[in-house]
Ligand binder design. Structure first.
Ligand code: F6P
Length: 338
């Protein structure tokens, strides 16, 4: 029986393994839910770490008791905090982290985060740590799992913003370009564009030319549409800023305004879906550890939580569903000639 379960939030620190000190990932809605769910467990002493892997390398663990996790279910962000760790990005740092866990008598580690965090989990597993990963990121880029904790909350936040912007767009007969996050993955942009009824979506996975977008804008204007919404993913090859400028520099039709949603999408109270997902994945992770499983990630496959080896997840690129992209074009009523 495990008696110590370690549940850091390592999203930001572990991303440095992948990206070596460039901008890291951050907190998202759902981590608190896991901490709060796991802590009152009757069978484990649960320890957490503030600032993720950096404090793991430094061996600073703290007990998570009911007082520490009380009243956090509905909060976004993470009570454990997050940070980058250049030290953990090195093999020596990973060795040190593994030995810290061993010395502290930690028998199971739950890593909650995106691609970078899960890469770190695999590195620890290779060093003998019993580890289970939980996919949690707003970016929808973790391979295999149907979804990750945080995606639904971020999507709903982006959608609410687009709905609100549309009100202004219609009143003023303007084009509005809305930039959403998602790192290398266009999922958040694509889904919020479909749900928000945007006319155009720009995502990293597909190229678009400004002239083509302008043709669609003119057509919409001629058809008497009261607004024109472009949703652009932050890493789309034709960026939100570029298309915004292009529209304003081109004569006729709508004038454009630009809104960058940015970190608004990373905060806020988690949706019911994310809370339940965090709860299910957390429960599955604890169960997996108690069964002696290690080196796996919990994934949502259809309606079930399942186990998948971390090495099948890490380093994989999640392909975007081209059918959904095509559906977005059909729903937007794009003209055939573009
Ligand atoms: O991975 C989550 C995310 O919000 C991405 O969508 C975004 O590209 C990145 O993190 C921003 O990172 P930082 O907080 O370091 O600016």
């Amino acid at each position: 029986m495990l008696n110590r379960l370690f549940c850091p939030n390592q999203e930001k620190v572990l991303s440095t393994i992948h990206r070596f000190g460039r901008k890291g990932l951050g907190p998202f809605s759902g981590v608190n839910f896991f901490a709060s769910m796991a802590t009152p467990s009757l069978f484990w002493e649960v320890v957490g770490i503030e600032a993720g892997y950096q404090e793991l390398v430094e061996g600073r663990f703290q007990r998570l008791d009911n007082r520490k996790v009380g009243g956090i279910l509905q909060r976004g962000g993470t009570v454990l905090g997050t940070a980058r760790s250049m030290e953990f990005a090195t093999p020596e740092g990973q060795e040190l982290a593994a030995s810290r866990l061993q010395k502290a008598g930690v028998e199971g580690l739950v890593v909650i985060g995106g691609e970078g965090s899960l890469t770190g989990a695999l590195r620890l597993q290779e060093r003998g740590v019993k580890v289970v990963g939980i996919p949690a990121t707003i970016d929808y880029d973790v391979f295999a799992t149907d979804t990750a904790i945080g995606v639904d909350t971020a999507l709903n936040t982006a959608l609410e913003a687009i709905d609100r912007i549309k009100d202004t767009a219609s009143s003023h007969q303007r084009a509005h370009v809305v930039e959403v996050m998602g790192r290398r993955c266009g999922y958040l942009a694509l889904m919020s564009a479909i749900a928000g009824g945007a006319e155009v979506v720009l995502i990293p996975e597909f190229e678009a030319k400004p002239q083509e977008i302008m043709r669609v804008i003119r057509r919409s204007w001629e058809q008497g549409k009261p607004h024109f919404i472009v949703v652009a993913a932050e890493r789309a090859p034709l960026s939100a800023e570029d298309i915004h400028k292009y529209i304003n520099e081109t004569e006729g039709a709508f004038k454009s305004r630009l809104t960058v949603l940015g970190y608004v999408q990373r905060g806020g109270s988690p949706t019911a879906f994310d809370r339940i997902l965090a709860s299910r994945m957390g429960t599955a992770a604890v169960k997996a550890l108690s069964e002696g499983q290690s080196g796996i990630m919990i994934e949502l496959g259809g309606r079930q939580t399942e186990y998948i080896p971390l090495e099948r997840v890490v380093g994989q690129v999640r392909p975007l569903d081209a059918d959904i992209y095509e559906m977005a074009e059909v729903l937007a009523g794009l003209p055939d000639e573009i």
